[in-house]
Write a protein that binds this ligand. Sequence first.
Ligand code: ADP
Ligand code: MG
Length: 261
Amino acid sequence: MSSALTAQTDKPMLVATDIHRHFEGMRAVDGVSLEVSPGKITGLIGPNGAGKSTFMAVLAGTLPATSGTIVFEGDDITHLPAYQRARRRLVRTFQLPSEFAQLTVLENLLVAAPNNRGDSLFGALMGKRYWVDDEHRLIDEARGLLKRFGMSAKESDYAGTMSGGQKRLIEIMRALMLHPRLLLLDEPMSGVHPKIVEEIQFYLQDLRAGGLTILMVEHELHMVERLCDTVVVMAQGKVIGSGTMASLRKQPEIVDAYLVG
Ligand code: ADP
Ligand code: MG
């Protein structure tokens, strides 16, 4: 690889600097700085209440930061709303809203797609034919994802009848309909049957192999060790360490704070 290319790929995709998020004086996130390297899976771990989910919500734009800056692919996005971050392809998963239980699995993917032509003049002038083409393109894309995630046979089933693990996969596929460059996952395997955990692990590795960058909160440390290239440890709203899981296990203060057991 040429040095120019190396320099480019080494540049972090996302840089969060001194992020604070307070809730009425409670410092849920208390000065967190973190970088996400492109093409990697970065893990975020720490005890319950450490501020991981709050931090992820600040990155996604679903919660405003109290202070701090977020730069994504060279642009300051600190003050952009979530939908504009998603348009820049910084995307988080959401638990399936309960009303979507009554849509089929395929429909759940289709309604997640950005409706970026909905208000175009061109679309309005071209009329029905145009919408139909657009819809076919989205259906093909959604079916491609269902195939990749082993859920083609479930296409016409109601999402509400899916298992916990299958719902997790639907959440990930819905996020993928937005063509993320950075995908934020908050405990994508929680409450999932161990067999499906293995499957989700495989899919995440496959997504990374395809060039997707991932930042994920996960509490199961063996999974973190297998999946994550770098791991950041939070406790009480602060970052208390980072590095490979192997290097973290050698740091007594981190083991004491979190890795015991
Ligand atoms: P984690 O995901 O690491 O378990 P959270 O980010 O969910 O931690 O929570 C961090 C702290 O912030 C906790 O003490 C939690 O009670 C508090 N917290 C989270 N969300 C809110 C909120 N909307 N209002 C008040 N406190 C909150
Ligand atoms: Mg959490």
